[in-house]
Design a protein around this ligand. Structure first.
Ligand code: ADQ
Length: 472
Protein backbone atom coordinates (compact mmCIF):
# COMPACT_ATOMS: atom_id res chain seq x y z
CA UNK A 1 0.00 0.00 0.00
CA UNK A 2 1.18 3.49 -0.76
CA UNK A 3 1.96 5.62 2.22
CA UNK A 4 2.74 9.31 1.85
CA UNK A 5 6.07 10.47 3.27
CA UNK A 6 8.14 13.59 3.47
CA UNK A 7 11.19 13.51 1.23
CA UNK A 8 14.16 12.09 3.12
CA UNK A 9 17.63 12.14 1.60
CA UNK A 10 18.87 8.74 0.46
CA UNK A 11 22.23 7.41 -0.73
CA UNK A 12 20.95 5.53 -3.81
CA UNK A 13 18.69 7.10 -6.44
CA UNK A 14 17.38 5.74 -9.74
CA UNK A 15 16.07 8.24 -12.29
CA UNK A 16 13.97 6.84 -15.14
CA UNK A 17 11.25 8.20 -17.39
CA UNK A 18 8.66 5.99 -15.66
CA UNK A 19 8.24 4.98 -12.05
CA UNK A 20 8.39 1.19 -11.56
CA UNK A 21 4.66 1.09 -10.72
CA UNK A 22 1.30 1.28 -12.48
CA UNK A 23 -1.90 2.53 -10.93
CA UNK A 24 -4.67 -0.08 -10.84
CA UNK A 25 -8.13 -0.29 -9.27
CA UNK A 26 -8.65 -2.89 -6.56
CA UNK A 27 -11.87 -4.89 -6.00
CA UNK A 28 -13.44 -1.98 -4.08
CA UNK A 29 -12.63 0.50 -6.80
CA UNK A 30 -9.79 2.15 -4.84
CA UNK A 31 -6.69 3.01 -6.79
CA UNK A 32 -3.56 1.10 -5.74
CA UNK A 33 0.01 0.99 -7.05
CA UNK A 34 1.35 -2.28 -8.44
CA UNK A 35 4.89 -3.06 -9.55
CA UNK A 36 5.04 -2.91 -13.34
CA UNK A 37 6.51 -6.02 -14.93
CA UNK A 38 10.02 -5.69 -16.29
CA UNK A 39 13.64 -6.61 -15.85
CA UNK A 40 14.88 -3.25 -14.63
CA UNK A 41 12.53 -3.27 -11.65
CA UNK A 42 13.39 -6.89 -10.82
CA UNK A 43 17.09 -6.07 -10.92
CA UNK A 44 16.98 -2.85 -8.98
CA UNK A 45 14.33 -3.59 -6.35
CA UNK A 46 16.75 -5.48 -4.04
CA UNK A 47 19.30 -2.65 -4.32
CA UNK A 48 16.58 -0.08 -3.66
CA UNK A 49 15.37 -1.96 -0.60
CA UNK A 50 18.85 -2.58 0.79
CA UNK A 51 19.71 1.13 0.62
CA UNK A 52 16.17 2.31 1.25
CA UNK A 53 16.68 4.25 -1.99
CA UNK A 54 14.48 6.49 -4.09
CA UNK A 55 13.13 6.08 -7.63
CA UNK A 56 12.43 9.33 -9.49
CA UNK A 57 10.09 9.04 -12.48
CA UNK A 58 6.81 9.99 -14.13
CA UNK A 59 3.76 8.19 -12.76
CA UNK A 60 1.91 7.94 -16.05
CA UNK A 61 -0.92 10.49 -15.70
CA UNK A 62 -0.78 14.01 -17.12
CA UNK A 63 -1.23 17.29 -15.24
CA UNK A 64 -1.31 15.58 -11.86
CA UNK A 65 1.34 16.54 -9.30
CA UNK A 66 1.79 13.81 -6.67
CA UNK A 67 3.71 13.82 -3.41
CA UNK A 68 6.54 11.31 -2.90
CA UNK A 69 5.41 8.10 -1.22
CA UNK A 70 6.83 4.95 0.31
CA UNK A 71 6.45 1.74 -1.71
CA UNK A 72 7.82 -1.75 -1.12
CA UNK A 73 10.67 -0.58 1.11
CA UNK A 74 11.84 2.45 -0.88
CA UNK A 75 10.64 5.92 -1.89
CA UNK A 76 8.89 6.82 -5.11
CA UNK A 77 9.29 10.41 -6.26
CA UNK A 78 6.71 11.26 -8.97
CA UNK A 79 7.72 13.85 -11.57
CA UNK A 80 4.69 15.65 -13.05
CA UNK A 81 4.31 16.03 -16.83
CA UNK A 82 1.69 18.10 -18.64
CA UNK A 83 -0.21 16.70 -21.62
CA UNK A 84 1.79 19.01 -23.87
CA UNK A 85 5.08 17.75 -22.40
CA UNK A 86 4.06 14.15 -23.00
CA UNK A 87 3.39 15.12 -26.60
CA UNK A 88 6.62 17.08 -27.09
CA UNK A 89 9.22 15.59 -24.73
CA UNK A 90 8.04 11.96 -24.74
CA UNK A 91 6.15 11.17 -27.95
CA UNK A 92 7.96 13.92 -29.84
CA UNK A 93 11.66 14.24 -29.06
CA UNK A 94 12.15 10.87 -27.34
CA UNK A 95 10.12 8.70 -29.67
CA UNK A 96 9.87 10.74 -32.88
CA UNK A 97 13.46 12.06 -32.95
CA UNK A 98 15.86 10.01 -30.81
CA UNK A 99 14.29 6.55 -31.16
CA UNK A 100 14.48 6.38 -34.99
CA UNK A 101 17.82 8.23 -35.12
CA UNK A 102 19.43 5.82 -32.65
CA UNK A 103 17.98 2.79 -34.48
CA UNK A 104 19.85 3.37 -37.73
CA UNK A 105 17.14 5.74 -39.07
CA UNK A 106 14.97 2.75 -40.02
CA UNK A 107 12.18 5.35 -39.80
CA UNK A 108 12.77 9.02 -40.54
CA UNK A 109 13.60 11.09 -37.44
CA UNK A 110 11.76 14.38 -37.12
CA UNK A 111 13.55 17.47 -35.86
CA UNK A 112 11.37 20.11 -34.21
CA UNK A 113 12.76 22.91 -32.09
CA UNK A 114 9.75 22.97 -29.76
CA UNK A 115 10.20 19.23 -29.04
CA UNK A 116 13.81 19.92 -28.10
CA UNK A 117 12.83 22.83 -25.82
CA UNK A 118 10.41 20.57 -24.01
CA UNK A 119 13.07 17.83 -23.70
CA UNK A 120 15.45 20.32 -22.04
CA UNK A 121 12.78 21.57 -19.67
CA UNK A 122 11.64 18.10 -18.60
CA UNK A 123 15.21 16.85 -18.17
CA UNK A 124 15.87 19.82 -15.87
CA UNK A 125 12.83 18.89 -13.80
CA UNK A 126 14.05 15.29 -13.41
CA UNK A 127 17.52 16.54 -12.43
CA UNK A 128 16.07 18.86 -9.79
CA UNK A 129 13.88 16.09 -8.37
CA UNK A 130 16.91 13.78 -8.13
CA UNK A 131 19.04 16.52 -6.54
CA UNK A 132 16.35 17.12 -3.93
CA UNK A 133 16.26 13.50 -2.74
CA UNK A 134 19.97 12.53 -2.98
CA UNK A 135 21.97 12.59 0.27
CA UNK A 136 25.48 14.06 0.30
CA UNK A 137 27.80 11.84 -1.79
CA UNK A 138 24.91 9.63 -2.97
CA UNK A 139 24.99 7.42 -6.06
CA UNK A 140 22.48 8.36 -8.77
CA UNK A 141 21.78 6.03 -11.69
CA UNK A 142 20.03 7.69 -14.64
CA UNK A 143 18.29 5.46 -17.21
CA UNK A 144 17.88 5.77 -20.95
CA UNK A 145 17.47 8.06 -23.93
CA UNK A 146 14.65 10.17 -22.53
CA UNK A 147 17.03 11.61 -19.90
CA UNK A 148 20.39 12.15 -21.58
CA UNK A 149 20.78 15.71 -20.30
CA UNK A 150 20.18 14.76 -16.68
CA UNK A 151 23.79 13.75 -15.81
CA UNK A 152 25.21 17.19 -16.67
CA UNK A 153 22.26 19.10 -15.16
CA UNK A 154 22.54 17.08 -11.98
CA UNK A 155 26.28 17.62 -11.71
CA UNK A 156 25.73 21.37 -12.07
CA UNK A 157 23.36 21.23 -9.10
CA UNK A 158 25.28 18.72 -7.00
CA UNK A 159 29.02 18.24 -7.49
CA UNK A 160 29.19 15.75 -4.62
CA UNK A 161 27.20 13.02 -6.39
CA UNK A 162 28.44 9.89 -8.11
CA UNK A 163 26.49 9.72 -11.36
CA UNK A 164 25.93 6.70 -13.61
CA UNK A 165 23.98 6.55 -16.86
CA UNK A 166 22.76 3.52 -18.80
CA UNK A 167 21.50 3.67 -22.39
CA UNK A 168 19.07 0.82 -23.15
CA UNK A 169 19.02 1.45 -26.90
CA UNK A 170 21.90 1.50 -29.41
CA UNK A 171 24.20 4.51 -29.63
CA UNK A 172 24.42 5.21 -33.36
CA UNK A 173 27.50 5.62 -35.55
CA UNK A 174 28.89 9.15 -35.79
CA UNK A 175 27.71 9.48 -39.41
CA UNK A 176 24.08 9.21 -38.26
CA UNK A 177 24.35 10.91 -34.88
CA UNK A 178 25.63 14.09 -36.42
CA UNK A 179 22.30 14.71 -38.13
CA UNK A 180 20.99 15.79 -34.75
CA UNK A 181 20.84 19.59 -34.52
CA UNK A 182 21.46 19.31 -30.75
CA UNK A 183 24.26 16.73 -30.95
CA UNK A 184 26.71 18.75 -28.85
CA UNK A 185 24.24 19.29 -26.01
CA UNK A 186 23.44 15.56 -25.88
CA UNK A 187 27.09 14.53 -25.71
CA UNK A 188 27.81 17.13 -23.05
CA UNK A 189 24.72 16.03 -21.16
CA UNK A 190 25.91 12.42 -21.04
CA UNK A 191 29.46 13.43 -20.14
CA UNK A 192 28.10 14.73 -16.84
CA UNK A 193 28.15 11.07 -15.72
CA UNK A 194 31.16 9.33 -14.18
CA UNK A 195 30.26 6.10 -15.94
CA UNK A 196 28.14 5.68 -19.09
CA UNK A 197 26.95 2.16 -19.78
CA UNK A 198 26.02 0.92 -23.26
CA UNK A 199 24.54 -2.40 -24.38
CA UNK A 200 27.49 -3.21 -26.64
CA UNK A 201 31.16 -2.32 -27.05
CA UNK A 202 30.23 -0.86 -30.47
CA UNK A 203 27.84 1.64 -28.85
CA UNK A 204 30.50 2.70 -26.33
CA UNK A 205 33.03 3.14 -29.15
CA UNK A 206 30.59 5.21 -31.22
CA UNK A 207 30.15 7.52 -28.25
CA UNK A 208 33.86 7.83 -27.49
CA UNK A 209 34.54 8.57 -31.13
CA UNK A 210 31.98 11.37 -31.31
CA UNK A 211 33.31 12.91 -28.07
CA UNK A 212 36.78 12.91 -29.64
CA UNK A 213 35.73 14.22 -33.04
CA UNK A 214 33.03 16.73 -32.11
CA UNK A 215 34.23 17.98 -28.75
CA UNK A 216 37.94 17.45 -29.39
CA UNK A 217 38.30 15.66 -26.07
CA UNK A 218 41.18 13.34 -25.22
CA UNK A 219 40.13 9.72 -25.16
CA UNK A 220 42.05 6.64 -24.20
CA UNK A 221 40.26 3.30 -24.67
CA UNK A 222 37.12 3.57 -22.49
CA UNK A 223 38.09 6.78 -20.82
CA UNK A 224 37.32 10.36 -21.88
CA UNK A 225 39.07 13.31 -20.23
CA UNK A 226 37.01 16.47 -19.76
CA UNK A 227 38.39 20.02 -19.81
CA UNK A 228 38.02 20.12 -15.99
CA UNK A 229 40.41 17.15 -15.72
CA UNK A 230 37.63 14.80 -14.59
CA UNK A 231 37.39 11.53 -16.53
CA UNK A 232 34.26 9.79 -17.72
CA UNK A 233 34.22 6.10 -18.63
CA UNK A 234 32.12 4.72 -21.52
CA UNK A 235 31.84 0.93 -21.50
CA UNK A 236 29.59 -2.01 -22.38
CA UNK A 237 27.26 -3.66 -19.84
CA UNK A 238 24.96 -5.99 -21.80
CA UNK A 239 21.63 -6.14 -19.97
CA UNK A 240 20.00 -9.48 -19.22
CA UNK A 241 17.02 -11.11 -17.51
CA UNK A 242 16.07 -12.92 -14.32
CA UNK A 243 17.00 -16.23 -15.97
CA UNK A 244 16.37 -18.42 -12.92
CA UNK A 245 13.01 -16.77 -12.29
CA UNK A 246 11.89 -17.50 -15.87
CA UNK A 247 13.20 -21.06 -15.74
CA UNK A 248 11.43 -21.83 -12.46
CA UNK A 249 8.19 -20.40 -13.79
CA UNK A 250 8.45 -22.36 -17.05
CA UNK A 251 9.14 -25.63 -15.22
CA UNK A 252 6.12 -25.26 -12.95
CA UNK A 253 3.26 -27.68 -13.50
CA UNK A 254 0.61 -25.05 -14.42
CA UNK A 255 2.86 -23.49 -17.09
CA UNK A 256 3.79 -26.90 -18.56
CA UNK A 257 0.09 -27.70 -18.70
CA UNK A 258 -0.71 -24.33 -20.29
CA UNK A 259 2.01 -24.90 -22.91
CA UNK A 260 0.35 -28.20 -23.91
CA UNK A 261 -3.02 -26.46 -24.11
CA UNK A 262 -1.55 -23.74 -26.31
CA UNK A 263 -0.20 -26.33 -28.74
CA UNK A 264 -3.61 -27.95 -28.82
CA UNK A 265 -5.38 -24.61 -29.34
CA UNK A 266 -3.06 -23.99 -32.31
CA UNK A 267 -4.25 -27.31 -33.83
CA UNK A 268 -1.47 -29.61 -32.50
CA UNK A 269 1.03 -28.56 -35.19
CA UNK A 270 4.39 -30.31 -35.58
CA UNK A 271 6.25 -27.00 -35.42
CA UNK A 272 5.30 -23.82 -33.59
CA UNK A 273 7.12 -20.63 -34.62
CA UNK A 274 6.87 -17.77 -32.13
CA UNK A 275 7.39 -14.02 -32.39
CA UNK A 276 7.06 -11.77 -29.32
CA UNK A 277 7.60 -8.02 -29.55
CA UNK A 278 6.42 -4.58 -28.69
CA UNK A 279 4.70 -3.44 -31.88
CA UNK A 280 7.64 -1.35 -33.08
CA UNK A 281 9.09 -0.80 -36.55
CA UNK A 282 12.57 -1.64 -35.27
CA UNK A 283 11.56 -5.21 -34.44
CA UNK A 284 11.35 -6.48 -38.04
CA UNK A 285 7.90 -8.03 -37.54
CA UNK A 286 6.82 -7.22 -41.09
CA UNK A 287 10.03 -8.66 -42.60
CA UNK A 288 9.72 -11.90 -40.64
CA UNK A 289 6.04 -12.49 -41.44
CA UNK A 290 6.65 -11.73 -45.08
CA UNK A 291 9.45 -14.32 -45.22
CA UNK A 292 7.24 -16.86 -43.49
CA UNK A 293 4.35 -16.04 -45.86
CA UNK A 294 6.62 -16.76 -48.84
CA UNK A 295 7.59 -20.14 -47.39
CA UNK A 296 3.90 -20.96 -47.05
CA UNK A 297 3.13 -19.73 -50.57
CA UNK A 298 5.95 -21.87 -52.00
CA UNK A 299 4.75 -24.95 -50.15
CA UNK A 300 8.01 -25.24 -48.17
CA UNK A 301 6.04 -24.76 -44.97
CA UNK A 302 2.72 -26.56 -44.73
CA UNK A 303 0.20 -24.59 -42.65
CA UNK A 304 -1.50 -27.87 -41.78
CA UNK A 305 1.68 -28.88 -39.94
CA UNK A 306 3.18 -25.57 -38.84
CA UNK A 307 1.78 -22.61 -36.92
CA UNK A 308 3.23 -19.13 -36.50
CA UNK A 309 2.16 -17.41 -33.28
CA UNK A 310 2.93 -13.68 -33.29
CA UNK A 311 2.10 -11.57 -30.26
CA UNK A 312 2.70 -7.84 -30.21
CA UNK A 313 2.20 -5.50 -27.27
CA UNK A 314 0.44 -2.28 -28.25
CA UNK A 315 3.01 0.50 -28.13
CA UNK A 316 3.21 4.30 -28.65
CA UNK A 317 -0.18 4.23 -30.31
CA UNK A 318 -0.44 8.01 -30.65
CA UNK A 319 2.73 8.26 -32.77
CA UNK A 320 1.92 8.23 -36.53
CA UNK A 321 4.67 5.83 -37.55
CA UNK A 322 3.29 3.24 -35.11
CA UNK A 323 -0.27 3.62 -36.42
CA UNK A 324 1.02 3.00 -39.95
CA UNK A 325 2.99 -0.07 -38.85
CA UNK A 326 -0.06 -1.56 -37.18
CA UNK A 327 -2.09 -1.20 -40.38
CA UNK A 328 0.70 -2.76 -42.47
CA UNK A 329 0.96 -5.80 -40.21
CA UNK A 330 -2.83 -6.22 -40.05
CA UNK A 331 -2.94 -6.18 -43.83
CA UNK A 332 -0.05 -8.60 -44.32
CA UNK A 333 -1.40 -11.13 -41.80
CA UNK A 334 -4.88 -10.80 -43.31
CA UNK A 335 -3.53 -11.45 -46.78
CA UNK A 336 -1.44 -14.50 -45.84
CA UNK A 337 -4.25 -16.02 -43.80
CA UNK A 338 -6.82 -15.21 -46.48
CA UNK A 339 -4.74 -16.75 -49.25
CA UNK A 340 -3.41 -19.83 -47.50
CA UNK A 341 -5.49 -20.61 -44.42
CA UNK A 342 -7.88 -23.51 -44.00
CA UNK A 343 -10.87 -23.43 -41.69
CA UNK A 344 -9.48 -23.25 -38.15
CA UNK A 345 -5.95 -23.28 -39.64
CA UNK A 346 -4.63 -19.76 -40.23
CA UNK A 347 -0.90 -19.89 -41.07
CA UNK A 348 -0.38 -16.98 -38.66
CA UNK A 349 -2.13 -16.47 -35.33
CA UNK A 350 -1.65 -12.80 -34.52
CA UNK A 351 -2.57 -11.12 -31.26
CA UNK A 352 -2.14 -7.40 -30.67
CA UNK A 353 -2.17 -7.42 -26.87
CA UNK A 354 -0.10 -7.74 -23.75
CA UNK A 355 0.11 -10.96 -21.72
CA UNK A 356 1.07 -11.76 -18.13
CA UNK A 357 4.51 -13.25 -17.49
CA UNK A 358 2.95 -16.71 -16.93
CA UNK A 359 1.38 -16.78 -20.39
CA UNK A 360 4.65 -15.57 -21.94
CA UNK A 361 6.50 -18.42 -20.21
CA UNK A 362 3.91 -20.90 -21.57
CA UNK A 363 4.40 -19.54 -25.11
CA UNK A 364 8.19 -19.83 -24.81
CA UNK A 365 7.77 -23.39 -23.52
CA UNK A 366 5.43 -24.36 -26.36
CA UNK A 367 7.47 -22.81 -29.18
CA UNK A 368 9.83 -24.99 -31.25
CA UNK A 369 11.39 -21.99 -33.01
CA UNK A 370 11.59 -18.47 -31.58
CA UNK A 371 12.01 -15.85 -34.31
CA UNK A 372 13.74 -12.61 -33.24
CA UNK A 373 14.46 -10.42 -36.26
CA UNK A 374 14.97 -6.75 -35.29
CA UNK A 375 16.39 -4.34 -37.87
CA UNK A 376 18.22 -2.81 -34.90
CA UNK A 377 17.80 -3.46 -31.17
CA UNK A 378 19.79 -2.30 -28.15
CA UNK A 379 19.83 -5.79 -26.66
CA UNK A 380 16.50 -7.70 -27.03
CA UNK A 381 15.34 -9.58 -23.97
CA UNK A 382 12.82 -11.84 -25.71
CA UNK A 383 15.57 -14.12 -27.03
CA UNK A 384 17.07 -14.45 -23.55
CA UNK A 385 13.66 -15.20 -22.03
CA UNK A 386 13.10 -17.95 -24.60
CA UNK A 387 16.47 -19.51 -23.84
CA UNK A 388 15.83 -19.39 -20.07
CA UNK A 389 12.60 -21.35 -20.56
CA UNK A 390 14.24 -24.22 -22.55
CA UNK A 391 15.46 -26.36 -19.66
CA UNK A 392 15.34 -29.50 -21.85
CA UNK A 393 17.95 -27.92 -24.15
CA UNK A 394 15.53 -28.18 -27.06
CA UNK A 395 14.07 -25.48 -29.30
CA UNK A 396 15.80 -23.19 -31.77
CA UNK A 397 16.48 -19.47 -31.71
CA UNK A 398 16.59 -17.43 -34.91
CA UNK A 399 18.35 -14.16 -34.14
CA UNK A 400 19.07 -11.03 -36.12
CA UNK A 401 22.69 -10.00 -36.26
CA UNK A 402 21.46 -6.44 -35.60
CA UNK A 403 20.25 -7.18 -32.06
CA UNK A 404 22.71 -6.29 -29.29
CA UNK A 405 22.17 -9.85 -28.04
CA UNK A 406 23.86 -11.22 -31.19
CA UNK A 407 27.25 -10.37 -29.68
CA UNK A 408 26.66 -12.81 -26.82
CA UNK A 409 24.36 -15.44 -28.35
CA UNK A 410 26.69 -16.67 -31.08
CA UNK A 411 25.09 -20.13 -31.21
CA UNK A 412 21.72 -18.85 -32.42
CA UNK A 413 20.66 -19.33 -36.07
CA UNK A 414 21.86 -15.90 -37.21
CA UNK A 415 20.05 -14.04 -39.95
CA UNK A 416 20.08 -10.65 -41.65
CA UNK A 417 16.45 -9.43 -41.56
CA UNK A 418 16.95 -7.38 -44.74
CA UNK A 419 17.80 -10.56 -46.65
CA UNK A 420 14.45 -12.26 -47.25
CA UNK A 421 15.96 -15.39 -48.79
CA UNK A 422 18.51 -15.70 -46.01
CA UNK A 423 15.77 -15.37 -43.43
CA UNK A 424 13.70 -18.06 -45.18
CA UNK A 425 16.72 -20.39 -45.22
CA UNK A 426 17.27 -19.67 -41.51
CA UNK A 427 13.67 -20.61 -40.71
CA UNK A 428 13.90 -23.84 -42.69
CA UNK A 429 17.23 -24.77 -41.11
CA UNK A 430 16.02 -24.01 -37.57
CA UNK A 431 12.92 -26.11 -38.20
CA UNK A 432 14.67 -29.10 -39.77
CA UNK A 433 18.05 -29.20 -38.05
CA UNK A 434 19.01 -32.38 -36.20
CA UNK A 435 18.10 -32.79 -32.55
CA UNK A 436 21.82 -33.04 -31.68
CA UNK A 437 22.65 -29.77 -33.41
CA UNK A 438 19.81 -27.96 -31.68
CA UNK A 439 20.83 -29.31 -28.28
CA UNK A 440 24.44 -28.34 -28.78
CA UNK A 441 23.44 -24.80 -29.68
CA UNK A 442 20.87 -24.44 -26.92
CA UNK A 443 23.29 -25.69 -24.26
CA UNK A 444 25.81 -23.01 -25.19
CA UNK A 445 23.11 -20.33 -25.29
CA UNK A 446 21.84 -21.32 -21.85
CA UNK A 447 25.32 -21.26 -20.36
CA UNK A 448 25.71 -17.67 -21.54
CA UNK A 449 22.33 -16.45 -20.28
CA UNK A 450 22.59 -18.15 -16.88
CA UNK A 451 26.11 -16.89 -16.20
CA UNK A 452 25.20 -13.36 -17.31
CA UNK A 453 21.83 -12.60 -15.76
CA UNK A 454 20.24 -9.35 -14.63
CA UNK A 455 21.98 -9.44 -11.24
CA UNK A 456 25.38 -9.74 -12.93
CA UNK A 457 24.47 -6.70 -15.02
CA UNK A 458 23.39 -4.44 -12.14
CA UNK A 459 26.22 -5.62 -9.86
CA UNK A 460 28.96 -5.03 -12.41
CA UNK A 461 27.70 -1.57 -13.35
CA UNK A 462 27.29 -0.46 -9.74
CA UNK A 463 30.64 -1.93 -8.70
CA UNK A 464 32.42 -0.04 -11.49
CA UNK A 465 30.54 3.14 -10.63
CA UNK A 466 31.55 2.78 -6.98
CA UNK A 467 35.19 2.48 -8.08
CA UNK A 468 35.19 5.76 -9.97
CA UNK A 469 37.54 8.08 -8.05
CA UNK A 470 35.40 10.31 -5.84
CA UNK A 471 34.96 14.00 -6.70
CA UNK A 472 35.44 15.04 -3.11
P1 ADQ B 1 12.14 -3.16 -25.68
O1 ADQ B 1 12.28 -2.45 -26.98
O2 ADQ B 1 10.83 -3.04 -25.03
O3 ADQ B 1 13.28 -2.74 -24.64
P2 ADQ B 1 12.87 -6.08 -25.38
O4 ADQ B 1 14.24 -6.09 -24.83
O5 ADQ B 1 12.64 -7.15 -26.37
O6 ADQ B 1 12.48 -4.71 -26.08
O7 ADQ B 1 11.86 -6.26 -24.20
C1 ADQ B 1 10.50 -6.47 -24.43
C2 ADQ B 1 9.86 -7.01 -23.15
O8 ADQ B 1 8.45 -6.94 -23.31
C3 ADQ B 1 10.22 -8.47 -22.90
O9 ADQ B 1 10.47 -8.65 -21.53
C4 ADQ B 1 8.96 -9.24 -23.35
O10 ADQ B 1 8.71 -10.40 -22.59
C5 ADQ B 1 7.87 -8.23 -23.11
N1 ADQ B 1 6.77 -8.40 -24.08
C6 ADQ B 1 6.84 -8.28 -25.42
N2 ADQ B 1 5.65 -8.53 -26.00
C7 ADQ B 1 4.82 -8.82 -24.98
C8 ADQ B 1 3.43 -9.16 -24.91
N3 ADQ B 1 2.63 -9.24 -26.00
N4 ADQ B 1 2.90 -9.37 -23.67
C9 ADQ B 1 3.68 -9.27 -22.57
N5 ADQ B 1 4.98 -8.95 -22.58
C10 ADQ B 1 5.54 -8.72 -23.77
C11 ADQ B 1 14.36 -1.78 -24.64
C12 ADQ B 1 15.35 -1.92 -25.80
C13 ADQ B 1 15.90 -3.34 -25.86
C14 ADQ B 1 16.53 -3.70 -24.52
C15 ADQ B 1 15.59 -3.39 -23.37
C16 ADQ B 1 16.26 -3.56 -22.02
O11 ADQ B 1 14.73 -1.57 -27.02
O12 ADQ B 1 16.86 -3.46 -26.90
O13 ADQ B 1 16.82 -5.09 -24.51
O14 ADQ B 1 15.11 -2.07 -23.43
O15 ADQ B 1 17.41 -2.79 -21.93
Amino acid sequence: MAEQTALEPVDFVVVANRLPVDRKSDADGNSVWRTSPGGLVTALEPVMQEHHGAWVGWHGATDEPLDPFEYSGYQLVPVPLSAQEVEEYYEGFSNGTLWPLYHDVVAKPEYHREWWDSYVEVNQRFAEAAAAVAAHGATVWVQDYQLQLVPQMLRALREDLRIGFFLHIPFPPVELFQQLPWRRQIIEGLLGADLIGFQTAGGAQNFTRIARQRLRLDTHRESITLPSGRTCRAAAYPISIDARGFETLAQSQPIQQRARELRHELGDPEVIFLGVDRLDYTKGIYHRLRAYGELVAEGVVDPAKCAFLQVATPSRERVDEYKRLRDEIDMLVGRINGDFGGIGRPPITYMHMSFPREEMAAMYTAADVCVVTPLRDGMNLVCKEYIACRSNNDGALILSEFAGAAGELRQAYMINPYDVNGMKQGMVLAMNDTVQNKRRRMRALRRQVFTHDIDTWADSFLKDLANVPSNE
